[in-house]
Write a protein that binds this ligand. Structure first.
Ligand code: HEM
Length: 226
């Protein structure tokens, strides 16, 4: 549990972020184009349900949901490659692997480990019954390593895995990640380019995890390249 000082710092940071966001929305209002923020502004102007505060919160959600997750995807993927040099070699030799490799990185070390739901109806899973109104934590990362789906090699990084894209790292159903396509494109560009840009990529120190339960990623990943 965070101390009171930290909670105040979080509240101050959130308020400062909202000031920046409201400025950005005002700027965008004068420079509408074919992008998501312009579409949100257009929806608001057409009398849709978004108030100024709600729009500010939506933009904050997009920024936060889209930034740290993708940073962690790239870091986790690079570390996975360093721990599996044979797979790094495969990626170096074949740029055609970038897209499928990204599915495997998402499966192997999910930047979002869990999502949550509240059940509306009674639900039976295996021999367990979950009551309506229960708060349920869904282990996305755990399902990504389920040997009943991915077979006995589920714990191994395999860039040639044909069903890697069956992972649940972007959730599912109505709330499936809005930024999934963007995140994959950013991730595969960054990791593929890095792999082929340098002949030598090595750890230059111990990787340090960020310590978060849900947004799994690295606080630092020192690399030596050449
Ligand atoms: C590797 C990168 C990313 C991962 C692993 C990820 C993961 C997820 C997951 C698991 C959910 C579902 C949450 C739930 O079911 O409760 C989600 C939702 C969402 N994501 Fe992502 N995300 C990533 C990148 C992005 C990016 C780049 C954006 C935006 C630019 C984004 C925007 C969103 C939004 C707005 C939602 C909420 C969708 C809704 O509730 O309808 N995400 N994401």
């Amino acid at each position: 549990m965070a101390d009171v000082e930290t909670l105040h710092a979080i509240a101050d940071a959130a308020a400062s972020l909202q000031v920046l966001i409201q400025d950005a929305i005002e700027w965008k209002r004068q420079h509408l184009t074919d992008d998501l923020l312009s579409a949100l502004i257009a929806a608001e102007d057409e009398g849709d349900a978004l108030t100024a505060d709600e729009m500010g919160e939506q933009v904050a959600l997009l920024y936060l949901a889209g930034h740290e997750t993708t940073v962690n995807l790239v870091g986790n993927a690079v570390l996975a490659l360093l721990r599996h040099p044979d797979q790094l070699e495969l990626l170096r030799r074949d740029p055609g692997l970038d897209a499928v490799a990204m599915e495997e990185f998402l499966r192997f070390d999910s930047p979002v480990q869990m999502s949550r739901r509240i059940t509306l109806d009674e639900l039976t899973l295996g021999d367990k019954t979950i009551e309506p109104g229960a708060f349920v934590v869904l282990g996305l990362a755990s399902s990504n390593r389920d040997p009943r789906h991915f077979g006995p090699s589920a714990d191994r990084l395999d860039l040639g895995r044909v069903d890697a894209g069956d992972h649940l790292s972007f959730g599912g159903g109505h709330h499936y990640c809005l930024g999934a396509a963007l995140a994959k494109l950013e991730g595969q560009t960054a990791v593929g380019r890095l792999a082929r840009r340098f002949e030598r990529i090595e750890l230059a120190g111990e990787p340090v995890y960020n310590g978060r339960i849900n947004l799994r990623g690295l606080a630092s990943l020192p690399l030596a390249v050449g």
